[in-house]
Design a protein around this ligand. Structure first.
Ligand code: ZN
Ligand code: ZN
Length: 349
């Protein structure tokens, strides 16, 4: 099969690699029909974090080709969505909903606990361990118009939803979304879905702001830093927001988040802490009774309810994909996202 290989910063190529097969009785092999590039795939591409040569990609959906003897929840021919990590669905953490902390789970593009390679999502086939616990079937065809929306359930929509849940977005409340990447935009959609009455999106890019408005933002603040804080406070009569959804993970975005949350409010964070210096200002949190919650999203846990809402038309996160490339041209997709020519790139194997 063909699969994307990360070689070194700035270099991802498509190569011939061995076809995967069922190795363990709990495996399934999925023929990928749509995958995509994640913002986090850009970190090794940009040389920000080190990684060795190997498979890459963790967001995909496709058709089940083969299942191991112990797989009973999905069948050959099912179209399935893969959350961005695989998990057993049975251990103490999975049962509590924290599938990203599964005791036997893991990520795509590296070896499983038995030393067998798990393929990356940016390829033609993936051997998915713990298929019953991981994969969620959707009653649609691989060419359904909702495929882009369904693909977001692999990561960005689940992650945006986690920001909203962690920030305790509630009906009638005010939410501020910091970050206008695919996750931030999905967080706007998630805040609307949970009933926020006022949603203020921080975005200085008109194309992203336009999607934020489509997704439910009632206001867009196009400036940054102290100016953004001043505008949000003005929009909220000096009170600040009940919920702040932090979808960036940098010092500047955290400073903004903590300055626009109202006393007693909550910051829900899903931005991977990439450059947060000095830790959290506990005295500031203490003095204003600010709650901070969040972390890596248990996308598998949220998948069924979000899937239902995509299928019944309540939400359509599909527009976060602003371009498509063929697997053979995946380097172009990385470059387009790196240069911000595209918000998120869908990859067709
Ligand atoms: Zn991702
Ligand atoms: Zn588990």
């Amino acid at each position: 099969m063909r699969a994307a290989i990360f070689q070194s910063p700035g270099s991802v190529v498509t190569q011939e690699v061995p076809d995967p097969g069922v190795v363990l009785p709990t495996d399934a092999v999925v023929r990928v029909t749509a995958s995509c590039i994640c913002g986090s795939d850009l970190w090794p591409w940009r040389g920000i974090n080190k990684r060795g040569e190997g498979r890459i990609g963790h967001e995909f959906l496709g058709v089940v080709e083969e299942t191991g003897d112990e797989v009973s929840g999905i069948r050959t021919g099912d179209l399935v969505i893969a959350p961005f990590v695989w998990s057993c669905g049975e251990c103490v953490h999975c049962r509590a909903g924290w599938t990203t902390s599964c005791l036997v789970g893991g990520g795509y593009g590296s070896d499983d606990r038995d030393g067998h390679l798990v393929d990356g999502g940016q390829g033609q086939y993936v051997r998915v361990p713990r298929a019953d616990g991981t994969l969620v079937a959707a009653p649609v065809a691989p060419d359904d118009a909702r495929i882009p929306a369904l693909l977001t359930l692999s990561d960005v929509m689940g992650t945006g939803h986690h920001a909203a849940v962690s920030a305790r977005v509630a009906p009638g409340g005010t939410a501020v979304v910091v970050g206008d990447g695919a996750v931030g935009l999905c967080a706007v959609l998630a805040a609307r879905r949970l009933g926020a009455e006022r949603i203020i999106a921080l975005s200085s890019h008109e194309d992203r702001a336009a999607i934020a408005r489509t997704f439910g933002a009632t206001d867009v603040v196009a400036v940054r830093g102290e100016q953004a804080v001043a505008q949000v406070l003005e929009l909220t009569d000096g009170v600040g927001a009940d919920s702040v959804l932090e979808c960036v993970g940098m010092t500047a975005s955290w400073d903004t988040a903590l300055d626009v949350v109202r006393p007693g409010g909550t910051v829900g964070y899903v931005g991977v802490p990439a450059g947060v210096e000095g830790g959290l200002p506990l005295r500031k949190l203490f003095g204003r009774n600010i709650t901070v919650a969040g972390g890596v999203a248990p996308a598998r846990t949220y998948l069924p309810e979000l899937l239902e809402d995509v299928l019944n038309g309540t939400i359509d996160p599909g527009p976060v994909f602003t371009s498509e490339v063929a697997l053979e041209d995946i380097a172009q997709g990385y470059d387009d996202m790196d240069q911000r020519r595209s918000i998120k790139v869908l990859v067709r194997p």
